[in-house]
Design a protein around this ligand. Structure first.
Ligand code: PMT
Length: 407
């Protein structure tokens, strides 16, 4: 399955490191060439001899003592490896290694090769540590930063931990990591999105009241950015038109930053003709203040009224004016129930598919890292997805769109 693939396996110093020779064996058995990058702590948990024997290559640890076997030389080996690799797997990823990667530090071969890996190459990370450490704000912040950079995070599993306690924190089994990697490396040519042009809208819009105030909503852009990243990974040319968010641009995606709904339409419209698929994940304000005031509106004792006028509907503008073969996919956000509203949007906006989600303030909708989508297709088909990370939900949404693109 992985014949001809070059895999960098980064191992950091947790007890789960003892399982990594099995992961190397699985990778080798499926035809991959594996270069192990182990931290100094890792080789206290698993022997270099085991890893070099199963991988058939010397284990690389220290930047300066790399022996260059099979590569250029120690000075430039990290650069050679960054070009050579088709993917980087980091398992187990400890809190310390996650912090180094998130900060861009590079004082060992693992963190160095993370920086030299060519853009767009998949990085799969399997964190493993004590559950309390995993839940700590610092670790969660570093995980979020790496995820936003495009790294695929595996959820640690629950079970008995080295501390003797039971809980979340175990590294997934080598077989599970192997399957996740195989899925990530599945040839993009097999995807119906390969070679297609996609527009994704994301984030909130801001509608000016005056020069210092605006109307907006809680959208973080996470859902739209995850869709854009996954579509690019599947080989599409992706334009991401986004309202104000604080997320890095996913690898291989062209980003257009806007503020208001009118600006979002103006930025996206020139690309409508050439696009195969439009996905509206943005939370676009339906209304805007009719006449934003100049400067700052001064407070006085009187009540104030702001007259709002309708904004253009970006998704409906695309969907109703499109050429045959172009697909229009929208989201529908409600605070409760509301599948009927989603159905109405599918019909009114003339869409091919609607992803319905509820904002429950805890696990789904705005801001959070997870979402539960119900996909309503034009042919009446309804698919209810479980609660997933936004990255996984983006994958499932694109899986549902791909057959429509092939028609
Ligand atoms: O950004 P996150 O924090 O990750 O949150 C994700 C999300 C909740 C914003 C996302 O999953 C979502 O549901 N996006 C659409 C939210 C929304 O505004 O829904 P709506 O029901 O009001 O709009 C229906 C569809 O029309 C949407 O595809 C929307 O992008 C589009 N629309 C709406 C109004 C408008 N003027 N122009 C549009 O294009």
């Amino acid at each position: 399955m992985l014949t001809g693939k070059n895999i960098l396996l980064g191992i950091s110093g947790g007890i789960a490191a003892y399982k990594t020779p099995q992961l190397v064996r699985l990778l080798k058995k499926s035809g991959a060439d594996v270069q192990v990058l182990a931290t100094e702590s890792a080789v206290r948990f698993v022997s270099e001899l085991s890893l070099s024997t199963v991988s058939g290559r010397p284990v690389l640890t220290d930047i300066f003592s790399a022996d260059g076997n099979g590569h250029d030389n120690a000075r430039t080996m990290h650069i050679t490896l960054g070009e050579w690799a088709d993917a980087l797997v980091i398992a187990p990823a400890t809190a310390n290694t996650l912090a180094k990667l998130a900060a861009g530090m590079c004082d060992d071969m693992l963190s160095l090769c993370f920086l030299t890996l060519r853009p767009g190459k998949p990085v799969l990370v399997a964190p493993a540590m004590d559950g309390h450490m995993y839940d700590s704000p610092s670790v969660q912040r570093n995980l979020a930063m790496l995820k936003a950079q495009g790294c695929r995070m595996m959820e640690p599993e629950s079970g008995s931990l080295a501390s003797g306690q039971c809980g979340l924190g175990r590294m997934p089994e080598p077989e599970t990591i192997f399957e996740a990697l195989t899925e990530m490396l599945a040839s993009p040519e097999a995807s119906a999105l390969c070679g297609k042009t996609v527009i994704v809208t994301a984030g909130p819009t801001r509608e000016k009241i005056d020069d210092v105030r605006f109307l907006s909503n809680y959208s973080s852009g996470k859902m739209g950015f995850a869709i854009a990243a996954e579509a690019a990974r599947r080989g599409a040319t992706v334009r991401l038109v986004t309202g104000p968010v604080s997320l890095p641009t996913p690898p291989g995606v062209e980003r257009l930053d806007v503020e208001s709904a009118v600006e979002m339409l103006d930025a996206a419209q020139p690309f409508f003709d050439a696009c195969d698929l439009f996905i509206g994940a943005a939370a676009v304000a339906d209304y805007r203040p009719e006449t934003p005031a100049e400067g700052k509106i001064k407070k006085n004792d009187a009540e104030m009224e702001i007259r709002l006028v309708r904004n253009p509907d970006i998704l409906a503008t695309f969907a109703t004016g499109r050429k045959p073969g172009q697909l229009a996919v929208g989201f529908a956000l409600e605070t409760a129930g509301g599948l009927d509203y989603a159905r109405k949007k599918l019909v009114d906006k003339q869409l091919d598919l609607v992803a319905f989600n509820i904002y429950d303030g805890r696990t789904t909708g705005f801001e959070v890292d997870t979402n539960a989508l119900t996909l309503l297709a034009r042919d009446g088909n309804v698919t209810e997805l479980p609660l997933l990370s936004k990255e996984e939900a983006a994958g499932k949404l694109l899986d549902a769109i791909e057959p429509l693109l092939r028609r």
